[in-house]
Design a protein around this ligand. Sequence first.
Ligand code: ADP
Length: 670
Amino acid sequence: MFTKILIANRGEIACRVIKTARKMGILTVAVYSDADVDSLHVNMADEAIHIGASPSRESYLLSEKVIAAAKRTGAQAIHPGYGFLSENADFCRMCTKAGITFIGPPVAAIEAMGSKSAAKNIMEKAQVPLVPGYHGDDQSMAVIKKAADDMGYPVLLKATAGGGGKGMRQVWHEDEFAEGFAAAKREAKSSFGDDRMLVEKYLTQPRHVEIQVFCDNHQNAVYLFERDCSVQRRHQKVIEEAPAFSMSEELRAQMGESAIKSAQAIGYQGAGTVEFLLDVDGSFYFMEMNTRLQVEHPVTELITGQDLVEWQLRVAAGEVLPKAQHELKINGHAFEARIYAEDPNNDFLPATGTLDFLQPPVESEFVRVDTGVRQGDEVSVFYDPMIAKLIVWDENREKALQRLAKALSEYRINGVTTNIDFLYNLATCAPFVNADIDTSFIEKNQAIIFHDSEQSLAGELPMAALYLVLSQAQQAKAKAAKTNDPFSPWNMTNAWRLNEANIHHMILAHNGSEYPIIVEQKRQGSGSYYLISVDGQTVDCQGRIENDTLYASIDGYRSHTTIAQNAHQISLYHQNGVFNFTHVLPDCGDNSADDNHGGLLAPMNGTMVSVLIKAGDSVTADQPLMIMEAMKMEHTIRAPSKGVVDAIYYNDGDMVDGGAELLAFTAEEA
Ligand code: ADP
């Protein structure tokens, strides 16, 4: 076994690998960029080497620097994590040349899976089922279109060099083929410098089911069952689970064996994932093989009781696989939710900022949090905005899903916008609970997940108001306890006012509407109860707050609800979604923020990719004006209304700070 390894990565995956290495008595070396000088992975490693500036192409993607760091520290092997250099055949080759073990598959296996059409040719020979389609060398539009016409629409065009959903286009009708073909080619050319295309039958209700495989260099291969990763946005996974729901043992074995066949067809070694599309009729088709450890590997670890990083290290060191197929069993059910710094209400725009307050749920045998950040850390513009992976386990899907909802409701992050509420709504909505899931789940259930439809707030408004008065009382009590005169009337914990009834007026806002609320406090023995009126309806409320839970009795109905308060926002985590309210404070004249600044602001830190207009141009509402890029995603800045662009403050390639004014704009009167 190795005595020292280097981890050519950052964030949660670097921390994850370090944990296992430490458990196995292996020393670890971290590498870091300028932005990561004080980061958690650097802190956790035994040694760390600085490899360059913050942008990944000037640090984490520099093969030579990473290899030099391994040589300098005497690391015998490199774990590439996922992303960065993990599927880079040249890097793998350079490691071997430098006498360092690459903890991953052989160069040839990475190369074989590098092109979608070459991979399909190999799988076809190995008799692994493929989605019907054409992946040949003849790239003329006539040939590719004929293949589409023959199999029938809809079809999916894919760049053979593709990845990350780029260079992909659905075509629903013969007449749209030429346009879709040209667009997909353009995108492929600009993303990969290679515009070769293949075409597949487009499945309208597939699931994304992938199989974890492992091979050693002693001819052994096993599959560690499947993960369902159908819940995606922009072709990126959001919540994953293992095992997949409603899988027969027969189908599981068929897919497992196909996955092993795929791996063996390319002489695979180490951890790999074979991705399949599973159609409604139970047919499954090879999509691609990822020649690395996946982000979502923990769900497999929790249902098999195996440490996949330990397996990777053992295989790379030449040992045989720790378990044979018959020794592997599925135990219970696991979910993973990816906690991102992003704004689901604004097209999942990545968010940046400082994690002012960070309190993950308590870890246990049921709850695991894999993260690379601590309170006070920065989510920067340079890397993937994932804050953590929340992984839960229980004996069946229903119980595990309850654990997921509970843990999400307990995840507290202030300072950066996150997708936690979106994940909570998703995990608690009926179609997800009932496993009515395919790859278009989020689009189909948009209204439920985003609470777009009308909601009754009859139960929630009194609860939010009760929470507010109780928490104000609690704060006043805590403050009074600190003073010399705890009995002073100025430290009363109720709404006591000279010559006035114990009455509070407050306004709560929800989804853009404001609700005036009256709360009257009444004494009862040594305690109090409250009469809360909304819209002329009065309910009788009592309650107490313990930690983040409100124990409430409203007109005799008792319940307990997890509630989070962040400044003036109150979030109620209910069984069927989260309800957010804003406590609207009286305007004291300091609300000087003015939206009619006549300019457009950058929505985040990033790079200006393309300015599409000139100063003086007249534009129509919604017309794309500029394209910015941040964290590997493009965002289009559009005209808010019809008007004229007076001036432009940035050029292509410029770095832009979030909030900076991008251009001056005069709206035209309607
Ligand atoms: P990339 O390598 O760009 O991520 P993939 O080939 O892995 O592209 O496909 C990404 C996602 O697109 C899949 O997870 C699935 O949701 C969808 N997809 C891919 N091929 C098809 C198909 N033939 N029919 C329907 N959906 C598909």
